[in-house]
Design a protein around this ligand. Structure first.
Ligand SMILES: Cc1cc2nc3c(=O)[nH]c(=O)nc-3n(C[C@H](O)[C@H](O)[C@H](O)COP(=O)(O)O)c2cc1C
Length: 336
């Protein structure tokens, strides 16, 4: 399948693995890139720019295909040295950066001068237009369903994607709620040139996280995510667990007076506990509603091959079948 996104990034399939804290290590990024998608290392999971440089080198040892690095600009307890992280990316020869959180405007010159393509993750049309204006090459349009930070507008992809298609000139991928061939075909139908998946890629053999995390994703349903930190305007969609229940209780008790310090224990340092030690009740970690569509733990290649094969079946059989009048009585599962 060729789209504006496969052409822009020099990849085979229009499927991107979004940056994920404590998940987006070289193993996963390389597996996605080797399977024909675009794998992304999560920059800030590496505690220093030197460690990021090493992670990039590790990834390069595992794949000769293009891969990217995510740089997230979110409120944090201490601000990371972004220029040094960008230097590590540039010196590592990485040609794609996924930015997220705040606008990457201030860092665009440093990225562009190195010939780096920038895909900015946005949760609204206005932020997508801003990204286009400041010279981003593409955007990842992240709907309200998404795991992580859906912003504060609460617009799901069924509305957000066609709205983005109406306004944007640069290509965009659909992000949030994407899991399978149906997601990809629907995203393409709504004007996207591909899709970005986060949560789905955690439940793969290569994702370097504790098996408890993958099992929890297979067991959870679409009813099991919660929104936290709304009062701080730093909303995050996370998987429900005991730590998250405590957090929500604190939020109810504090109301509008909530401060980040009040929930420090439920949000700070949670990722290593969950992803490395498999402590599933440790606190808030990002997870999308798409968890309701995750029923297995395939290899990344099996997952991507399945998506591409079934997408072709949906387009060639189900969709053209409607036009030819032969698919009307077929079951809704869409693929054989
Ligand atoms: C465990 C986890 C950690 C994430 N960490 C980050 C991050 O550090 N930076 C970022 O830009 N996005 C992060 N995301 C968001 C993903 O890159 C992606 O946009 C999102 O997962 C898409 O929604 P989906 O989970 O429904 O596929 C994270 C998502 C998950 C599930």
């Amino acid at each position: 399948m060729k789209t504006a996104i496969t052409e822009l990034f020099g990849i085979e399939h229009p499927i991107i693995q979004g940056g994920m804290h404590y998940v987006g290590f070289a193993e996963l990024a390389a597996a996605v890139s080797n399977a024909g998608g675009l794998g992304i290392i999560t920059g800030l999971t590496q505690k220093t720019p030197e460690l990021l440089a090493k992670e990039i080198a590790r990834c390069r040892d595992m794949t000769d295909k293009p891969f990217g690095v995510n740089l997230t600009f979110l409120p944090s307890f201490t601000a990371p040295p972004y220029p040094e992280y960008i230097a590590a990316i540039r010196e590592g020869g990485v040609k794609v950066v996924e930015t997220a959180g705040r606008s990457p405007e201030q860092y665009m010159p440093a990225l562009k001068v190195a010939g780096i393509k920038v895909i900015h993750k946005c949760t609204s049309v206005r932020h997508s237009l801003k990204a286009e204006k400041i010279g981003c090459d593409a955007v990842s349009v992240d709907g309200f369903e998404c795991g992580g930070h859906p912003g504060e507008d609460d617009i799901p992809n069924m509305i957000l994607l066609p709205r983005a298609a109406d306004e944007l000139r640069i290509p965009f991928v659909a992000s949030g709620g994407m899991a399978d061939a149906r997601s990809l075909v629907a995203a393409l139908a709504m004007g996207a040139a591909g899709m970005n998946m986060g949560t789905r890629f955690i439940a793969t053999k290569e994702a370097p996280v504790h098996l408890n995390v993958k099992k929890a994703l297979v067991e959870a349903t679409e009813l099991d995510t919660r929104l936290v930190m709304r009062a701080l305007r730093n909303t995050e969609r996370v998987l429900q667990n005991k730590g998250v229940d405590e957090l929500l209780q604190i939020e109810r008790d504090k109301g509008a007076t909530l401060k980040i310090e009040d929930i420090h224990d439920q949000v700070a340092g949670v990722y290593p506990k969950v992803m490395v030690d498999g402590e599933m009740d440790a606190g808030a970690w990002s997870c999308g509603m798409v968890v309701g569509l995750i029923n297995d733990i395939p290899t990344v290649k099996e997952l991507i091959d399945r998506i591409v094969t079934e997408a072709e079946q949906i387009i060639r059989q189900r969709l053209t079948g409607f036009l030819d009048g032969v698919a009307a009585s077929k079951p809704a599962r869409a693929v054989a």
